[in-house]
Design a protein around this ligand. Structure first.
Ligand SMILES: NC(=O)c1ccc[n+]([C@@H]2O[C@H](COP(=O)([O-])OP(=O)(O)OC[C@H]3O[C@@H](n4cnc5c(N)ncnc54)[C@H](OP(=O)(O)O)[C@@H]3O)[C@@H](O)[C@H]2O)c1
Length: 300
C-alpha cells in the first residue's frame, strides 16, 4: 500500500512511519510538511516540501497514493496558522485534492473533546474537520486521542524540564480534572492497522492509555517515576490566563495559550477506550514508559 502522511514529520508522524515500516512493509511513504524532517527518513519514504494550505503541493503528495493520513494540526495558534485555517480550511483542501486524485482512503487524527459546542476553538475546529470528512464520501477512519506521550513529545518533556530546573510542577485550578495519556507507539499501531481494516471505515475511535489520572496524580507520577524534587503548585486559572495572554502577544509560538487553559480545565478521557476494545492492543502505561529505556531514547 502506498501512503501519504500530511504532517508526517511531527511527533505522531514519526511514530506512524516507524509502525508502518515494522508491520506493513511494501509500497512507498510520502511525507508532506513545510519544514524538512530533522532526521533522515527510511529508504522507501520521501519528503515533499509543502503545506496543507497549498493545493498544488497536496496534489504532488497525494498522486498515486492508496491512502492518506492527515496529521496536520496545531495546539498553539500563530499569526499565520490559526485553527480555522489549518484544521478546517486545510482539511477542506486535503479532501478536495484526495477526491480529485481518486485517493479514497483517509485516516484522520482529531482529539478527545472534539464537538460542535466545545468550549475551546481547538476542539470545535477539530469537530468541523471531522464533519468535513463525515460528509466527504471518502472512506475515513477518525482517531480521537487524549494527550500523547513518547520519545520526542512535548508533554512529558515540558513537565520534566520544569520539575528538574525550577523544582515546581504547576496544576491549573485544584488539579482534579482527568486526563488519559496514551503512548504514541500504541496510537500509531492502531492507525496503521486501521488503514488495512475495512471494518474501521466510518468509525471514530477514542484512544487513551491504561490509566486515567487527575492532573495532580499525573504530577505525582512524574515526581515518583522521574525522581524529581519538585513541589506541586496549584495555579489560579485567571493568573495563568494573564501569563498566557502575555505569551500570545510576545512569543511567535507560545508555550501556554488561553485555549490550552480552557482545555486543561476539562476532563480529557477516552470512554470507552478503543485501543483495547476495538484494536485489542495492550497499551503501555506512563510509569512503565518513564521508567524504561524508551524514555531516554532520542526522538526517532
Ligand atoms: N500530541 C498530542 O498530545 C495530541 C493529542 C491529541 C491530538 N493530537 C493531534 O495529532 C496530530 C499530530 O500531532 P503531533 O503531536 O504529531 O503534532 P506535531 O508534532 O506538531 O506535528 C505536526 C505536523 O504537522 C505539520 N504541519 C504544521 N503545519 C502544516 C501545514 N500548514 N501544512 C503541512 N503540514 C503542516 C508539521 O510540520 P511543519 O511545521 O514543518 O509544517 C508536523 O509535521 C495533530 O492533528 C494534533 O492535533 C495530538
Amino acid at each position: 500500500m502506498n501512503i501519504t502522511i500530511v504532517g508526517g514529520t511531527g511527533f505522531v508522524g514519526r511514530a506512524l512511519i516507524g509502525q508502518w515500516e515494522r508491520f506493513s512493509p511494501g509500497g512507498w511513504i510520502r511525507v508532506l510538511s513545510r519544514r524538512k524532517p530533522g532526521k533522515p527518513l527510511p529508504a522507501n519514504a520521501e519528503w515533499l516540501a509543502g503545506s496543507i494550505m497549498d493545493p498544488e503541493s497536496l496534489s504532488r503528495a497525494l498522486e498515486g497514493a492508496d491512502a492518506v493520513f492527515h496529521l496536520t494540526g496545531i495546539l498553539a495558534e500563530t499569526r499565520t496558522q490559526t485553527y480555522e485555517k489549518i484544521h478546517v480550511e486545510g482539511t477542506r483542501n486535503l479532501i478536495e485534492r484526495a477526491k480529485a486524485l481518486g485517493v479514497r482512503r483517509a485516516v484522520y487524527v482529531s482529539a478527545i473533546g472534539a464537538s460542535r459546542d466545545a468550549v475551546s476553538r481547538y476542539h470545535r475546529t477539530k469537530f468541523q474537520a471531522e464533519d468535513l470528512f463525515r460528509w466527504s464520501g471518502l472512506d475515513v477512519t477518525t482517531f480521537r486521542p487524549s494527550v500523547i506521550f513518547g520519545p520526542g513529545d512535548r508533554f512529558v518533556s515540558l513537565f520534566a524540564a520544569m520539575g528538574k530546573k525550577f523544582h515546581v510542577l504547576p496544576v491549573i485550578g485544584p488539579g482534579t480534572n482527568r486526563i488519559h495519556p496514551v503512548y504514541v507507539g500504541d496510537l500509531a499501531r492502531a492507525m496503521a492497522l486501521s488503514a488495512e481494516r475495512p471494518e474501521t471505515i466510518g468509525r471514530t475511535y477514542s484512544i487513551g492509555g491504561p490509566r486515567i489520572y487527575t492532573y495532580r496524580e499525573l504530577m505525582e507520577t512524574f515526581i515518583a517515576s522521574l525522581h524529581l524534587k519538585a513541589l506541586i503548585l496549584p495555579q489560579p486559572p485567571a493568573l495563568l490566563g494573564l501569563g498566557a495572554t502575555l505569551q500570545e502577544w510576545i512569543l511567535p509560538v507560545p508555550f501556554l495559550t488561553r485555549e490550552m487553559i480552557k482545555m486543561a480545565l476539562e476532563d480529557n478521557i477516552a470512554m470507552p477506550n478503543d485501543l483495547s476494545l476495538s484494536f485489542n492492543l495492550n497499551p503501555m502505561g506512563l510509569e512503565a514508559y518513564l521508567e524504561s529505556d524508551l524514555y531516554r531514547r532520542p526522538a526517532p
